[in-house]
Each structure stands twice: as C-alpha cells, then as structure tokens.
Design a protein around this ligand. Structure first.
Ligand SMILES: [Zn+2]
Length: 283
C-alpha cells in the first residue's frame, strides 16, 4: 500500500513538472494577428530608459497646478498636493502621466552630457509657491509641508528601486536647467532625503579634508570648480572666469548642496563640496 501511495505521489509530481514547463514555453510566445513573437532569448546588453528623477515645485496653488499640468503644454508624472489626502491612513499622490509615456516637465535641459532630459527621466511636481518677494531685496522662500516631503520620500524610494537610479541622478530642475530654473528651491530637504537613501550628499569628513588649510569663504579656484561641476554632470562654461552663466550654475549647485548660502560665489567651501561629491560618486 505504502509503495502505491509513493508511486502515485511520484507520478503526480512528474506530471506537475511537465505541465509547468509546457506553460513556460507558451508564455514566451506572444500571438498577434499575423505573426508570433518568441521572447525566449534575452539579451544581456540592456538597461533602463529612465535614468533620472527630477524634483520640481509648481510655483502656483493646488487648483492652478492641476489645471496647468493636465490641460497646459507642460505635464509631470506625479503631483503632490499641498496637503495630500489620506486613504486608508496613506497619503495620496496624483499620477498624471503613466511612467511608460513621456511627460513634458524638464524643458530644455542637460545632465552628464545628455540633453532633453524628458526622454530619460521621471518628474515629481510638488505644489509650493516657490518664493514671495520679501521686504528686503531677498526673496522669501516658502517651506514644504512635512506631509509633502514624507510622501515624496516614499514615492522616490520606489521609483529609484524600480529603475535603479543612481544617487547622483536624483536631481533638481535647477540642476538640469540652471539658467532658467530655481525649483525645487533651497528649502527642499535634500540632506534629509539623502539620509534616507534618496539622492546624493557629500560626506562631512571629506568636505573638511578638502577645506584643510583654507577658510571656507576664501575665493575658490573658478577653473577647478567649473571642471569639477562639469565632471559631476552640470553643463557649465570652462572659461576660468566668473561669468554670469558660471555664477548661475554655481548658484544652482549651492541651492542643492549648500542651501544656507547660494549666492553663486565661487568660494572654497563650494570647491570642497563638489570635490567631495566627485570622490563619492561617479557617472
Ligand atoms: Zn520645474
């Protein structure tokens, strides 16, 4: 009796394995009207089309953000409202464009030798006014709500994992279009997000190493800064001069990596931060 049961189990298992392999073979074939595609061979030379994750602020309120991004000539994959609604105790993000389509969020843009970043990126828009004109000549930057940055962190973490996006490719709109854009601005919590595995941030000890023997506000070497920023990914002139364009790119860099002082001045601390980033990350 025992033998019969064992035999039945064995037969059952064998039958099962045979059935599974048949199913697998069928799954590799896609039947279209006039032809069949066989997907059983896979090339090892392939990677993701999506390489960059770009953060923005909308500069207008919720209603206007949604109108512009759904009916205007610009769009984004995700929109984080001022106060995200809750569903089952989870914050809700609006998806306006499927990830396999192209959204128009980056405009004229470049990073690490690539142009038209719309082709290779996903973009997250966050409802935030950007800045108001202050009483002095300094603009008053508007802080993000905690609920927004928490949601942005969860969303970004999943996107980065799905597409294997490198930390140095998680960027501000102002990084890829520094002459035109300032978003998501100096109050975007890059450092906190990097501490949670999202995006790049230099190591403090390495910055200190590069600052040794100098003062952080002393003038930096413009040519060295230009070269280092270009090596990191920024499009910046290589003139050795503090021209208007160079200052603007340095300002964008500082807004991201030294948000307490982003005047665009090429100082020693800026030089140390970009060198520390280059030491930690490479393209
Ligand atoms: Zn933007």
């Amino acid at each position: 009796m025992k033998k019969i049961i064992l035999l039945l189990i064995t037969l059952g298992l064998t039958g099962c394995v045979g059935y599974q392999s048949e199913t697998k073979a069928d799954n590799s074939l896609i039947h279209y009207k006039d032809y069949v595609v066989n997907t059983s061979y896979s090339s090892q030379s392939q990677d993701e089309r999506i390489r960059f994750l770009i953060f923005h602020y909308t500069a207008v309120n919720d209603k206007e953000s949604l109108r512009l991004l759904t009916h205007g000539s610009v769009s984004a994959y995700y929109l984080i409202p001022s106060y995200p609604k809750q569903l089952n105790k989870k914050p809700v993000v609006l998806q306006l464009v499927p990830e396999n389509k192209r959204a128009w969020h980056a405009g004229v843009s470049s990073w690490a030798g690539r142009n038209n970043i719309n082709d290779t990126s996903l973009g997250i828009e966050i409802v935030n006014d950007g800045f108001h004109e202050g009483k002095t000549d300094r603009p008053l930057w508007i802080p993000y709500h905690k609920e927004q940055t928490v949601l942005a962190t969860h969303l970004a973490r999943d996107i980065i994992a799905r597409y294997h996006i490198k930390p140095q490719n998680v960027l501000a709109h102002s990084d890829i279009a520094p002459l035109r854009k300032s978003d998501p601005g100096p109050l975007f919590p890059w450092k906190e997000m990097a501490q949670q595995g999202i995006g790049a941030w230099p190591d403090t000890v390495t910055v200190k190493k590069y600052l040794q023997g100098t003062h952080r506000w002393s003038p930096g070497d413009v040519a060295v800064i230009q070269q280092a920023l270009a090596a990191y990914g920024y499009t910046i002139p290589q003139t050795g001069n503090k021209d208007k364009e160079t200052c603007r790119v340095i300002r964008a860099f500082q807004m991201h990596f030294r948000p307490n002082n982003f005047t665009g001045v090429a100082d020693k601390e800026t030089e140390a931060i970009i060198q520390a980033l280059l030491e930690k990350y490479s393209h």
